[in-house]
Design a protein around this ligand. Structure first.
Ligand SMILES: [Zn+2]
Length: 279
């Protein structure tokens, strides 16, 4: 679920509310989600101070004193919760960090597809282990970082296939998932099934603009709507994603929705013309 806008809000929230907090304790409740690469996280992390949170694409990194980081890939169903430590632990909670002052930071994951990597970040005396985190080092520039149109075009040339699929692969640009790729393509008026090699110069320009604009706007909406409830999933303001059968906000026609490989694609056939050809 979390894409760049969600994680950007969570990152800013953690930086505003947890900076300089010392980890009092750490408990792993779902071991399949946790990879202790630097040392055993439950014994090594307590006593360290939270320095800051950083985000790249759909990864969130929490840095701690003494050269340690938690690199979190929430995949489809990962979520974070910051709450009083007396709050009942939900069944889907995978790992809890008691941050002192009676507060917990928790990582939750319905389907346990996400991963939490505890690594040596190389800032102390060890070797950085971020290359041990799958899919992390190959990530393209972050969608909110604002790459130029030239770089966007150059990077896109390395890919072929349908534009939606390329947008959601972090190696082109990172941070866009299934929901926001639908939103970007709707805003740009481009069919999700259009081959990226077939995009015309003006379509590329619009796509480049909309990638950043759509995600920036979503980030500001989420900042207001989520507030301190960083575990909340807010998606109701989206224009087309998961709104199959509802009226298109531009033309009033019905939004089309397909479900292939457990991925929903929502678009407007009228506003995003193009044939659905699979080859
Ligand atoms: Zn339409």
């Amino acid at each position: 679920m979390p894409e760049a806008p969600d994680l950007e809000v969570i990152k800013d929230y953690l930086n505003a509310n947890l900076r300089d907090a010392k980890v009092a304790s750490c408990k792993v409740l779902r071991p399949t989600v946790v990879r202790s690469l630097a040392a055993e996280v439950t014994s090594d992390l307590p006593g360290r101070t939270f320095l800051d949170a950083q985000r790249l694409g759909k990864f969130l990194t929490l840095r701690f004193s003494g050269g340690r980081s938690l690199v979190i890939n929430p995949m489809l169903t990962g979520a974070f919760q910051h709450c009083a430590d007396s709050v009942l632990i939900q069944k889907k909670t995978c790992i809890t960090f008691n941050m002192g002052g009676g507060m917990d930071l928790r990582y939750l994951d319905d389907r346990q597809m996400g991963k939490v990597y505890y690594i040596d970040n190389g800032e102390s005396d060890g070797d950085a282990q971020d290359d041990l985190v799958p899919q992390y080092t190959g990530l393209g520039p972050d969608v909110l970082a604002g790459i130029s149109l030239e770089e966007f075009q150059t990077r896109l040339k390395k890919f072929n296939g349908e534009i939606k699929g390329v947008l959601t692969r972090g190696v082109f640009i990172s941070g866009i998932g299934n929901a926001y790729s639908d939103e970007i393509l709707f805003a740009a008026g481009i069919s999700p099934f259009k081959k990226c090699r077939a995009l015309k110069p003006d379509e590329l320009k619009t796509l480049h603009t909309q990638c950043r604009r759509v995600l920036e706007e979503a980030t500001e909406t989420l900042r207001v709507r989520m507030g301190g409830d960083i575990h909340k999933k807010v998606r109701d303001f989206l224009q087309v994603h998961n709104k199959g059968g509802q009226p298109c906000p531009k033309c009033g026609g019905n939004i089309t929705q397909l479900n292939a490989n457990q991925r929903i694609t929502s678009y407007c056939r009228h506003c995003q013309p193009g044939l659905l050809i699979r080859n």
